[in-house]
Structure formats: C-alpha cells, structure tokens
Write a protein that binds this ligand. Structure first.
Ligand SMILES: [Zn+2]
Length: 254
C-alpha cells in the first residue's frame, strides 16, 4: 500500500526533532532478513504444537525436542543478517541518549546491527543463548549441542546442576519480573515511540504503545497490515518497514 509522501516527511521531521527516540519491534522487522514469523497464521506454531514450560521442566524427552527446535531456529538466525530496517533503527536509537529498542524478536539481530545490549529489552528472550533456569549461568548453544551429541542427554548447569534452557521465554513461562517495568519506563520516557513490524496483538507487550501515548509520546506505527492500535497513533504507515525506516532515518542529522 502506498502512503502519502507527506506522511513520511512528517515522520522524518518528528524523528529529527525528538530528543528521545525508542522503538518497539516485532517479527515484521526480521521477516525482511528472511526469518519466518513463527507465531503468524501458517507460521511454525500453527503447524507444530509449542512446548510448554512445565513440560520442559518435567520431561527429558521434551527437553531434547525443545533443543532440536532451538538448533533449527539458530541455524536460521546465524544465516540471517540485519536488514535496512534494523540498521535504520540502530542509527536512530544510537543518535540520542536514552534511546532504546524493546523487541518481541528472539533472533539477536538488533545486537548485530550495532545497538548496545544495555539499550535492548528482549521481552520474549533471546534464542541465540542459553542459561541455567536456577542460577542463570550462561551456556552457549554450541556447548549445549555438544552435550546432547556426546552424552545423549539434555545439558545441565556445570555450576549448580540445574536445567539449562535456551534463553527465550517459553510458552507458559513467567516473564522475568524486571522486563515489563523496564519496558514501561522506556515507553514513558520516549518523545517518539515507533512501533515497527508488530501486529500488536500479544499482551502485555501490546500495551506499551498505549503507555507511551498516555505519557505524551508521539506514537508512530509502521506495519504492513493494520493493527488494533492504529486509531491511537499520531501516524500510521502501512508500508515496507526497511524501506520506510531507511528513508525516515536517512534525513536525521546526528
Ligand atoms: Zn545453575
């Protein structure tokens, strides 16, 4: 769908004038890097039943199946590169103090686009890493894989013996207590809050644009399809994400 050139110009002007720019990103940002949207209709979770956190904890066979799936996704993440959208987001976030990206994506591409870890809030976790469920000691996916291949069992923490799991938030797993308060604070502090590539249907994440708007931010939504929050936004661009963000950020002066 085409948008009016004046809408893009408006977006450029707001970005240029804002002192605190934060983003909220979803699968649509990474599909342009060739990463499948696994929650979408036709996505992998409509074909394969997701593994519940309680089943992972309870059952060794389920853990091994979860690891097989993680390694499958990781191969896709490794093969992908940050696209024009990721790079534009990195430029905008890094251009101002206080800029952050809150993401639903687990692929690590925001880090690889040059945004510091401290400016990224991954509300669904990160599928490129693993950690102990008890003491949070990290383990690389490569080490987890080696354990499974050589010992035919799911990896255990070398420090405390706890279960190790990919550092994503599994279905039915509670979100770490600090993530949503951090994300809400970022939304409250933003002067412009840009939603990119999220259909804004997964709660509680989808409440963040409302928080930003109520705290006085300009809310911009860039997504190919309409979202339930379009009517709340100051500006909605139903267009290609990478191209739109690329053009909007190119006009920003640092
Ligand atoms: Zn441990």
């Amino acid at each position: 769908m085409m948008h009016e050139p004046s809408d893009l110009q408006q977006f450029c002007d707001w970005l240029a004038a804002a002192g605190n720019i934060s983003f909220f990103t979803g699968a649509g940002v990474s599909t342009e890097s060739g990463i499948a949207d696994f929650r979408s209709p036709g996505g992998i979770w409509s074909q394969i039943k997701p593994i519940q956190f309680s089943d992972f904890v309870a059952d060794e066979e389920t853990r091994l199946e979860d690891w097989r799936r993680r390694f499958h996704f990781q191969a896709g993440f490794d093969a992908a590169s940050p696209n024009r959208g990721h790079l534009a987001i990195a430029s905008a976030v890094n251009a101002r103090p206080g800029g952050h990206v809150i993401t639903q994506n687990i692929d690590g591409l925001h880090q690889r686009s040059g945004i510091d870890e401290s400016r990224i809030i991954e509300i669904h976790g990160n599928g490129t890493r693993a950690a102990c469920l008890d003491c949070r000691s990290p383990m690389s996916l490569a080490e987890a894989r080696q354990t499974i291949e050589t010992e035919a069992r799911a990896p255990r923490c070398r420090r405390c013996g706890g279960l190790v799991k990919a550092a994503v938030i599994s279905f039915g797993e509670p979100m770490p207590a600090d993530k949503m308060p951090q994300a809400r604070q970022i939304a409250e502090q933003a002067e412009i809050f840009v939603v990119a590539g999220s259909s804004l249907v997964v709660q509680p994440a989808a409440s963040l644009p409302v928080v930003a708007k109520e705290a006085g931010a300009r809310l911009v939504i860039v997504n190919r399809e309409p979202t339930p929050l379009d009517s709340l936004a100051d500006l909605v661009l139903h267009s290609q994400i990478g191209e739109t963000l690329g053009k909007a950020v190119a006009e920003m002066t640092p």
